[in-house]
Design a protein around this ligand. Sequence first.
Ligand code: VAH
Length: 318
Amino acid sequence: MRKILVTGALGQIGSELTMLLRKEYGNDNVIASSRRYKEGHDKLMESGVFEILDVTDGKQISEIVRKHKINTIIHLAAVLSAVGEANPQQAWNINMNGLYNVLEVAREEGCSVFTPSSIAAFGDSTPKDKTPQDTIQRPNTIYGVTKVAGELLCDYYFHKYGVDTRGVRFPGLISYETLPGGGTTDYAVHIYYEALKSKRYTCFIAKGTKMDMMYMPDALKAIVQLMEADPAKLKHRNAFNVTAMSFDPEEIAASIRKYIPEFELDYDVDPVRQAIAESWPNSLDDSAAREEWGWSPDYDLDSMTKDMLEKLKVKLGL
Ligand code: VAH
């Protein structure tokens, strides 16, 4: 039986993944953890064990893994792209020392590890359209550097020590439960909130800037599907390209206008996040994930927009 520790469990992915895992594996088999407690996660707190955990302290990870007899670590605690550029040293410390500590405990205690990489692991010299699974990876953000290093470190722990490491390269993730924590793709979440609240949005990413995106239900499905995949079929392990759609701000605005015709979009481009976005792919080739573990998304842009607007109306009491 899986006994799972989720790090970063109060973040955009972790807060929803923890609830899904508790439904699939049993409340008592999923331990949520975060560096500090945050308001607004009552159901998560009430439905199972929550531990305060700073992943930069390997001893804390080891104690929690032993205390709860953990055999699977889903490591989500990380600093994202835009916040990382504002504090590269903190990003390196949390993203790299945190992952190293998780892998060391997994090696000592015999745990499997799932940790996501990102399309941020690609840079300007990477082919931008239908970015291949195996290609040039020279990112110029500290977040991207930690993602490439993380992919290589996870591969190393598999080949050197036999630690069952797995992961995907996530595109921008869109969800309505928990706001994203300081990324470049966050505009694609904020735009839905503003469309409902004020029927207008000022976008910090420029017109025509395409990025890969995915609705959160598909991201959660990818995590569980890869975690449970037959290891004999995995030629890749820690960096599967996965995607569901690719759009620019005008295209998501057009999708919103199918439900809110008067929605208006204008721009106030943030040069830092625009530069990051331009260094990332326009679209990914996710055929390796489809072939090796049956990846296939359920949501496209319009079905995501429909569901996001419906769920946010309830959440915002509109
Ligand atoms: C970010 N949401 O914007 C994250 C993600 C591909 C983007 O890694 O930093």
